[in-house]
Design a protein. Structure first.
Length: 759
């Protein structure tokens, strides 16, 4: 079989000057609308296809590639098409072959990393590698960096290798070799030694004849910029370049593409600036925004006809994203019937939110809807637990996409193993899981001795341990550590009588050292694990005892083992990109959650626009209906937080919305002189019941009307007030209808004044 690389060393076969197209248009063009057809046929010169959500971008990209081959403009080996996932590449190849009616060989089609690796293997010696170099995965990379840190006499516990790996990955995503990294670029990591460690790491990779994923593109850039003849070879080879999801490209990928496209300039990038949501992992939305400047004379073709969503959904999404300044602009439209308005609902708290969503899903199911076509999209993973628990109560099957279910996470399994041992001393699986967690110096020899005695005597590991600590069979250090563990278990069991199960759980996690283990862990995921442990403690509050909670967890895990039948989908907004469902639920549209406060603190206006794009992505996943909600109060990692509706809620055009209130909150801001989403103003619906004359609100699911005090600026600093959830407190600061109140028991909270009454 001919090596496709060999084509570069021979005269190219003649290419038809004019496309070999029959008098009638090819059948694949008939299925396209006018802008799609324009994007397919605009083969010459740089082209940017701005493809909004649900506008058929994959069809355009694959049809364009098939058109280039069918018309004789290029052979398969002269086309480079890059995607972001292997799945997308395989799907594209299958579609192209279906359109052409024949197999397509020698096509350069795959992910950025796969295509870069293909080039690098041929020219590896130019960067000090051999062609059979090894590509390290993340675990191997971290292991190697630990060796680098050790050689430099740097404490890996204080300066984790995984953090250094992330830092180096970011530099590579920006196309920066060690000699191009500023001396202070690593901040205070290892007292400013990060750039030097990067250099040492790269040298070690060369010695090992290895590369990590970031190197695949970085080494190609090095070869292209230092060896003009190699760059010229590939520039000449690739007559056409096609790029999918261009808004997700990082700087290194952008530079790689730009270099390759310089000769023929037939670069077509398909993407959506309104769906750029991966800035945190190196994606640079500026690549798509400056396309016309980078490639003078470029055509920009907008795909705006949406084949997925209803007019109300598209109208709401368009009104929201219009608030971003960093966008090229397009307006999605559809021929579909009007459909349902986007439901916006206020609820009391996260538990109430899960209840309402569960009821809505059951109603959809009764009407013949498929659970597979329903998705709940959350901004933060901690939001999932309340839905998981509620669905178990209702008997609604569900799946978590793109991550572990809450009770499957390592830290939750560990904590529950401790709780199981407190309740059931002879739970060997739990004993084995945590006896040396955190590390207590109980190694394999100790465990072998425990298992040996337990099997021989047919007793539990707990009983075997209690016998072994009274003999000399274990080393003194191991014996002391094991005895200490057993004493702790006994003490916790004795305290079940005088502590609540929640207090006991907190005590177990603290006294065992498990919480401290994650507090001292510098790994990037350690803070998230601590947050999950706090959420676990919050979950315990909803049960009468440890036993009832552990039984609940067992049922949750059993639910996952059920047959792969119709199930509700739960995932983060980031994981939902590229997917679509009939019905979408968007909980947690509150300030500090969406937009996420941490993102705003770290990225300012740029991060705010990415958060808004994330909300836009959530809306445009829906075909038929969207229900979004915000809570007046939310328990976040064990602490109550008064919630204010997300600014994104106010940015949604009112004519596309239907407001429902579980509580009667957020009514009457117009009385305070504010023109807002929540006021009954022209063109905007409100939460007020138009039939009510007393200012009351219909509370969803109840017959009675609940009177709500109209918001007026009649509170002053120093006033004593009462809040239904937080109790008594004193007003510290007044900002319009928002109060900062220091409550006697709940601490300082920000609340809307309609939540409180004079004390």
């Amino acid at each position: 079989m001919t090596d496709p690389f060999d084509l570069a060393h021979h005269e190219p076969e003649p290419v038809a000057a004019e496309p070999a197209i029959a008098a009638a248009p090819p059948p694949y063009l008939a299925a396209l609308n006018e802008p799609q057809q324009q994007a397919v046929e605009a083969t010459e010169g740089p082209v940017l296809v701005l493809a909004g959500a649900g506008t058929g971008k994959t069809r355009v990209l694959t049809t364009r590639l098939a058109h280039i081959l069918f018309s004789g403009r290029a052979r398969p080996g002269e086309v480079l098409a890059v995607t972001f996932t292997n799945k997308a590449a395989n799907e594209m190849k299958s579609r192209i072959e279906s359109l052409l009616g024949r197999p397509v060989e020698s096509l350069w089609l795959g992910t950025f990393h796969a295509m870069a690796a293909r080039i690098l293997r041929r020219h590896a010696e130019l960067v000090g590698l051999e062609s059979n170099f090894t590509i390290l995965d993340t675990d191997d990379q971290v292991r190697l960096l630990k060796q680098i840190l050790s050689a430099a006499d740097i404490d890996e516990k204080q300066w984790p290798a995984r953090n250094l790996a992330i830092m180096i990955g970011r530099w590579k995503d920006r196309g920066l070799r060690p000699d191009k990294v500023d001396a202070d670029a690593g901040g205070d990591f290892a007292l400013g030694q990060a750039p030097a460690l990067y250099a040492a790491y790269q040298q070690r990779l060369t010695t090992l004849n290895a590369a990590d994923f970031g190197d695949l593109l970085l080494h190609c850039l090095t070869i292209f910029t230092r060896h003009a003849e190699v760059l010229a070879e590939y520039q000449g080879r690739f007559r056409y370049l096609l790029v999918d999801e261009y808004q997700d490209a990082n700087v290194a990928q952008y530079l790689w593409l730009r270099l390759l496209a310089q000769q023929h300039r037939n670069l077509c990038c398909v993407g959506d600036d309104d769906q750029s949501i991966y800035g945190w992992r190196g994606a640079e939305v500026g690549n798509i925004l400056r396309f016309e400047r980078d490639f003078p004379g470029a055509q920009v073709i907008r795909l705006e006809q949406n084949y997925r969503s209803t007019p109300h959904i598209l109208g709401a999404a368009a009104g929201l994203i219009a608030h971003n300044s960093g966008r090229l602009g397009k307006t999605l439209w559809t021929d579909a019937t009007e459909g349902e308005k986007v439901v916006v609902r206020s609820v009391w708290d996260g538990e109430d939110e899960a209840r309402v969503v569960g009821e809505e899903i059951e109603a959809l199911q009764r009407d013949g809807g498929s659970l597979d076509e329903i998705a709940i999209l959350v901004r933060a993973a901690f939001q999932m637990r309340e839905f998981e628990d509620r669905f178990l109560t209702l008997g609604l099957p569900y799946r978590v996409i793109g991550g572990l279910r809450f009770y499957e996470r390592r830290e939750i399994r560990d904590a529950n193993a401790y709780f199981r041992l407190v309740v059931q001393a002879h739970d060997d699986l739990a004993f084995e899981r945590v006896v040396n967690l955190p590390k207590r110096g109980l190694g394999d020899a100790t465990m072998q001795a425990l298992h040996g005695l337990a099997r021989a005597r047919e007793i539990s590991l707990d009983q075997a341990a209690r016998e072994l600590v009274t003999t000399d069979e274990l080393r003194p250090q191991a014996r002391r550590a094991l005895a200490g563990f057993l004493e702790s278990l006994q003490r916790w069991r004795q305290r079940r009588g005088d502590l609540s199960h929640v207090e006991l759980a907190e005590l177990v996690l603290d006294e065992s050292g498990y919480t401290a283990m994650w507090q001292h862990d510098k790994a990037p995921d350690a803070p998230g694990r601590l947050e999950n442990l706090k959420e676990l403690i919050h979950a315990l509050e909803e049960f009468e005892s440890l036993e009832s909670f552990l039984e609940h967890v067992s049922l949750v895990m059993e639910n996952e083992q059920a047959s792969d039948s119709d199930k509700v989908n739960i995932m983060t907004l980031h994981a939902a990109k590229g997917l679509e469902f009939d019905s979408i639920f968007l909980p947690g549209w509150e300030e500090e959650l969406l937009p996420h406060q941490r993102a705003l603190d770290e990225g300012g206006t740029t991060a705010l626009e990415e958060e808004r794009r994330l909300a836009h992505v959530g809306l445009t996943r829906a075909r038929q209906r969207v229900h979004l909600s915000f809570a007046a109060n939310r328990r976040v990692y064990g602490h109550w937080r008064a919630g204010l509706p997300s600014r994104f809620v106010e940015e949604l055009p009112g004519e596309h919305l239907e407001m429902r209130s579980e509580t009667g909150f957020y009514a009457g801001r117009a009385a305070a002189g504010e023109e807002s989403f929540f006021a009954s103003s022209a063109g905007r619906p409100s939460f007020h019941d138009p039939a009510a004359t007393s200012g009351g609100l219909i509370v969803e699911g109840r017959a009675e009307r609940v009177p709500v005090r109209q918001a007026t600026a009649d509170f002053a600093a120093g006033d004593r007030v009462f809040h239904q959830k937080f109790g008594y407190g004193r007003v510290m600061q007044v900002d319009g209808n928002r109060l900062e109140v220091t409550f006697d028991k709940a601490g300082t909270k920000k609340v809307v004044d309609s939540f409180v009454s004079p004390a």
